[in-house]
Design a protein around this ligand. Sequence first.
Ligand code: NAD
Ligand code: UDP
Length: 309
Amino acid sequence: MKILVTGGAGFIGSHLCKYLISIGNHVTCIDNFYTGSKKNLLAIAKNPNFKFIEADITKKINFKVDQIFNLACPASPVHYQKDPLNTIKTNTLGMINILENAYKNNSTVLQASTSEVYGDPLISPQEESYWGNVNPIGIRSCYDEGKRIAETMCTDFSKQMKINIKIARIFNTYGSNMQKDDGRVISNFFVQAMQNKDLTVYGDGNQTRSFCFIEDMLDGLVRLMNEKEYNINPVNLGNPEEFKVSDVAKIIIRLTKSKSKITYQNLPSDDPKIRKPDISLAKKRLDWYPKIQLLDGLRETESYFRSII
Ligand code: NAD
Ligand code: UDP
């Protein structure tokens, strides 16, 4: 198939491009390098089935492809909060451009949505039917409200214009190709531990997250994109094993044999206290569940960070 991956120079996108090529597809990647990097694409840059175009999805695009994975959007709070208007434009104007392109060229769109649509959830685990608890005017709103309106646009385009859409609600994912200065918890802790600097736990560290290794996520995304029988939307993709952030810090210090200590800093506002996906739907309809335990995934991620630090 001919596939377009937006945000393909980023963490998940670069792995996805490589994976899609390895299973026989022709992949075009577009990215504006807002948080992505050319280095992430070195392994496939010269592959004849791969093409890279520097482009911004907030501008009109025209690609005749079978499938579009729309991953373009900064995902780390540090980066999406740096220029909130840019984040909002990417999630709104960018989303419309993707959907109009899909309508014109009859492509299926998989939208990379997020567990952030549940905000600071009042129930756990979070299942797809939960509407969430989201602040519309907080520091995370450009991202979480942006992703919510993107889901609305996908749903209404699908109903009104009859295009095929898939909404993946991705939960915290980690692995190689994260930038050193990405700012998310796993990359921060590895970089700090390897430099024997204090690990910065925000708040008391009792907030929880559930971490999915990149390989499992790729499998889930591709299964969802190719699922035709049930036409399910949206679908949670994530690893339901839940960890306190302070425990993740301890695990990474132990794993890297670091001399680092833990330091506690202020918790950013609206930081969700709990997060754990209910993945029954993905299990039932995609026969998907994560196979890689946190410690195994972290070991692989450690070698990547050692290679770049
Ligand atoms: P990332 O920041 O590493 O990658 C995002 C990529 O999109 C970067 O290469 C960036 O340069 C590009 N980009 C940003 N705005 C763009 C624009 N307007 N036009 C073209 N390219 C643009 O993030 P990631 O972790 O790889 O996340 C990929 C997608 O998955 C994002 O949409 C994110 O919201 C979603 N997601 C990720 C996670 C996670 O834990 N990694 C969790 C939930 C959702
Ligand atoms: N966090 C932390 N120290 C860091 C970076 C993040 O304690 O150096 C916390 C953050 O406050 C949040 C959790 O780790 O509670 C996950 O943060 P991340 O930015 O990775 O993702 P998100 O909050 O979007 O889930």
